[in-house]
Ligand binder design. Structure first.
Ligand SMILES: *Cc1c(COP(=O)(O)O)cnc(C)c1O
Length: 359
């Protein structure tokens, strides 16, 4: 991400917002963005073929809210949808963040969060994860935020936060807590119940990862009806296209077993990849997602060489040094999405070659 030239009429704070740019060109084996490497599910793909496009879609996607509600066993008026969960997060921040207020988030986490905060006039405040890679709830609360953002399992570490620390955070009534569960389907536990038992919690999820529909841009949030209504004011109508909504509904109604089977494949692939990396002396953080984070010296150079060899992975140049491993690599790490066996074989071959050449 680079901060480009700014327009003289642009808002001052936007000079500090980097324009997100996906790193590098296309790669034959792309393990850089945690999407579903096994593809998209069958009912969703069929639904795309027959979707009507001449009319506006339902303004707030009634059918999709209903399908999400059935999937998570919540009431439909507790669901807000959006153009990806990015959109839901952005709208929630816009709806609840007073300009000048603080948005606290644990560091490291999803790179878009500080940008969304600034774009909506808020001040992003990073609070390091603990050495156990858990939430420092006290540290977050001490910043007196208007909004707190947490992510479990967390991107890019892959590690889950403990329920107890998230509950401590949510117990503060005077702030909105955004719980990003983009990778919940790969994990054993979910925090969706916090959204039903509390009035200040929005749990945000996506169809982009386990459900294999990243190209359609569908995400959703679950929270108290009054909370969800505020987010919808910020969101506005017609944000999810009719074909995307139809495919997402089909996926939630008919493809859950496809999703579960492929999430299980991802978990198996994750364990295998972690073992292969360990055999090479590379330890990974204990992941509950469909990717692993491997602290690695010269990760940036290794990733650049891997890309030349046709395998894209995500390199981090300067993660906060919250564990001994990240300390040892000076914050450098590779994030590798898991996928089918042939892609894992290609990734390990490229890694071996890149590491030996970058030594
Ligand atoms: C991928 C990802 C998202 C974005 O999901 P979309 O629904 O595709 O916008 C949100 N949060 C985290 C932590 C992610 O890794």
């Amino acid at each position: 991400m680079t901060i480009g030239r700014t327009h003289p009429l642009g808002r001052a704070e936007y000079a500090r917002i980097p324009l997100y740019a996906p790193p590098g060109s296309a790669a034959a084996v792309d393990l850089s963005d945690n999407t579903n490497r096994w593809g998209s599910p069958p009912a969703a793909t069929r639904a795309l073929g027959g979707a009507a496009t001449a009319r506006y879609p339902d303004a707030y996607t009634r059918d999709l809210k209903q399908a999400v509600a059935e999937y998570l066993d919540v009431a439909p008026d507790m669901v807000v949808t959006g153009c990806g969960s990015d959109d839901v997060l952005d709208c929630a921040i816009r709806a609840f963040g007073e300009p000048g207020g603080r948005l606290a988030y644990h560091d490291p986490t999803f790179v878009m969060v500080p940008s969304f905060a600034r774009a909506n006039g808020m001040v992003p405040v990073p609070v390091p994860l603990t050495r156990a890679l858990d939430l420092d709830a006290g540290g977050m609360l001490a910043t007196a935020p208007r909004i707190a953002y947490v992510c479990s399992p967390n991107n890019p570490t892959g590690t889950p936060l403990s329920r107890a620390t998230v509950e401590t955070l949510c117990a503060a009534q005077d702030m909105l807590v955004l719980v990003d569960e983009a990778y919940a389907e790969f994990a054993d536990a979910s925090l969706v119940d916090l959204a039903t038992s509390r009035s200040n919690v929005l749990v945000v999820r996506t169809m982009s990862k386990a459900f294999g529909l990243a190209g359609l841009r569908v995400g959703y949030g679950v929270g108290a009806p009054a909370l969800v209504r505020e987010v919808e004011k910020a969101r506005g109508p017609f944000k999810v296209t009719a074909p995307s909504a139809a495919a997402a509904v089909a996926a939630l109604r008919e493809d859950v077993s496809w999703m579960r089977a492929h999430a299980a494949l991802a978990v198996g692939a994750r364990q295998e990849l972690s073992g292969e990396l360990a055999r090479r002396g590379v330890s990974v953080l204990p992941s509950s997602a469909n990717f692993v984070l491997a602290p690695l010296a010269r990760a940036v150079a290794v990733a650049a060489r891997m890309r030349e060899l046709g395998v894209a992975v995500r390199a981090f140049a300067a993660l906060p040094r919250v564990t001994a491993e990240l300390e040892a690599t000076q914050g450098q790490a590779l994030r590798i999405t898991v996928g089918p066996p042939d892609e894992m074989t290609a990734a390990l071959a490229a890694l071996d070659r890149a590491v030996s050449e970058c030594a």
